[in-house]
Design a protein around this ligand. Structure first.
Ligand code: ACM
Length: 264
């Protein structure tokens, strides 16, 4: 299975330009079965206020971002997981991720752990952490700051995820290193797709750290993007490696868990 990330440089509120950037990167990219794109890749990350976010929010799957993703899935014969600013039921806004393939929308996840200014416009996610049969693997989805809550990757892995697709807009410096731990402690593949550049709005400025990463079940970094530039990477993985939770002769990461001893 070939998996990749598209580390882009979104421009705030410039959906058309941001979709074009992805279109161009995909046109020049090697083939992949599964692509991961950044969180909020078509809208930008920072909003002056809720009203500004509202202006960019889209229904799923009718909105232009999901429509573009499905058309790329058909054109490039691949599945994609990508962030979208979603207008959900009752006009609530969600920082969401969609999973699509050539058949259309396959999954929707609404970010559970909102970060910083997101709390000013987004509603915390109200859907289960999804694990989908996608591109020949069981793919779990989480978004950016969810990395800081090990329960999320664990929940996805216990539900059978072999690969965790992780659209991100990373701000804190530790996430690429932490994803080695998320992969290792669950023996899964992780694909973190970050963005680069910065956003400025409402007197705030946020810079993004790039360094998108694919990590394997032994914690090995299989691919990494640069800190400051857009980048595309595609690597071959065998998702079945994630089904083997053994650690040496005597241990099994899931078999040795002691939930009776945890207070969570
Ligand atoms: C983040 O969750 N976008 C930092």
């Amino acid at each position: 299975m070939r998996v990749g990330f598209l580390q882009t440089s979104p421009r705030r509120l410039q959906r058309e330009a941001n979709l074009l950037e992805v279109d161009g990167l995909l046109a020049g990219a090697p083939a992949a079965d599964l692509w991961v794109l950044p969180e909020l890749f078509s809208s930008g990350y920072l909003f002056r206020d809720r009203e500004e976010a509202e202006g960019l929010a889209e229904a799923v799957p009718e909105g232009p971002t999901t429509v573009a993703l499905v058309s790329w899935a058909r054109r490039h014969r691949s599945a994609l997981v990508a962030g979208v600013l979603e207008r959900g039921p009752s006009g609530r806004l969600f920082n969401s991720a969609v999973a699509v393939d050539a058949s259309g929308l396959r999954g929707l996840y609404r970010k559970v752990h909102l970060f910083g200014t997101e709390k000013g416009w987004a509603t915390p996610g109200d859907l289960p952490f999804p694990v989908l049969e996608l591109a020949g693997a069981r793919v779990g989805v989480m978004i950016c700051f969810d990395w800081r809550f090990p329960e999320v990757a664990r929940t996805l892995a216990l539900a059978g995820a072999q690969v965790i697709a992780h659209p991100s807009n990373l701000v804190l410096p530790h996430a690429p290193e932490a994803m080695v731990t998320r992969a290792l402690e669950n023996r899964v593949f992780t694909i973190t797709c970050d963005r680069v550049g910065s956003d400025e709005a409402g007197g705030q400025r946020v810079s993004f750290i790039g360094r998108s990463r694919v990590v394997g079940p032994d914690g090995e970094v299989i691919a990494e993007g640069p800190p400051g530039d857009p980048a595309v990477a595609v690597v071959e993985i065998d998702p079945r490696r994630a089904d083997d939770k053994r650690v040496g002769e005597a241990n099994d990461l899931f078999g040795d868990r002691r939930p009776d001893r945890y207070r969570l």
